[in-house]
Write a protein that binds this ligand. Sequence first.
Ligand SMILES: [Zn+2]
Length: 91
Amino acid sequence: MSVAYKNLMEDIALQNVERVMKASGGCCCDDCKSDVLAYALNHLPPHYVATRQGLLMVKLQSYALQFHADVVAALSEASELIAKNPRHRRD
Ligand SMILES: [Zn+2]
């Protein structure tokens, strides 16, 4: 038996993270990106769906419309926080 599921909020966050981070003017390296995504996803309600082929893209598109503003708001907050306090040294 195998189960397949995923958190759609993760996909929506991934689609928007770079744009939001660039807009906030902070560092956009992979370390900071991971921190921003982890912070934002901890502050967003998860939306898990079963990943049956075909259905997923349809669901993702409708959820992306519905939750876009929430995801971007959480990403903005996270970007500003991480930009001020990156875990690595600023060069
Ligand atoms: Zn960085």
